[in-house]
Design a protein around this ligand. Sequence first.
Ligand code: 13P
Length: 341
Amino acid sequence: MVEKLQDIAAAMVARGKGILAADESSGTIKKRFDTIGLTSTEDARRDYREMLFRAEPAMSQRISGVILYDETLRQKAADGTPLVELIRNAGAVPGIKVDMGAKPLAGYPGETVTEGLDGLRERLAEYYELGARFAKWRGVISISNDLPTKGAIHANAHALARYAALCQEAGIVPIVEPEILMDGTPGDHSIDRCYEVTDAVLKAVFAELDLARVALDGMVLKPNMVIDGKNARKASVEEVAEKTVKCLKANVPSDVAGIAFLSGGQSDEEATAHLSAMNAANDLPWPVTFSYGRALQAAALKAWGGRSENVAAGQRAFSHRAEMNGLAAIGNWKRELETAA
Ligand code: 13P
């Protein structure tokens, strides 16, 4: 049976659910494991991800889909069950990160373009066979006094659109992720500067998606929130929510199947509070939820600490964050729920 792109996309942004980004590359997961003093072996990566994918009630109640890295899509749990099977059994959709990372953009010092278009059609066909029904590609934009340039915005928007068109041809829903870094260098920009850059980037991305004939109801947008740089003054939760919604409404056509934010280095609770405030205070034309990596995993990674006797504690920590973010996706999170846990 060929599933419709629109049905997969709708499942990814189902009410009260969101996406777990567990697609850290080998380099990134090593950095995460370093924080708990764990060596990043193939088995350690398997054990960690198996812990997450077996976590209940998170997986069956709050997680709509999981973004995997190539290695994980092919890996089996300790008992031989493919990890993809664990995800599907919980009722979630398996997805795959397909970009090959942000590389220096020739002629544009300090800026990058995401690579991975060559051979992508063939890789997508294989990923479909392996069970992936959605994909992710992340373009990265840094803010400084003179960056980003128009050239870097254009190059990244163009690549995102070509990737998205190839995904849809393969029956795979593209997550289109243009990330404006909050924790880049120097990371001291204001929320208004973030607004201006996010606005310009989203305009470029939707112009390219249109030229590439991407079906908007068969894609999910994964944007950053409009927020201060990590080393700048902190805007209130209300200000972040209001400016983010304003920027999205100005740029994202209502046909888009849904919006699922990245957390981008916000604290767990900030990422949840911002999402909840957006959903509570607004009548939005699309489902607005989470596609968090660090903000869903940080507490679980710490509670687990690489020790098998801590698997249940790690799963509890993950289920708690998934529950908080699931409530935020319907505007029902309250700070008191954090301490009551
Ligand atoms: P964070 O939520 O940690 O930013 O990760 C989400 C992601 O998939 C970035 O590409």
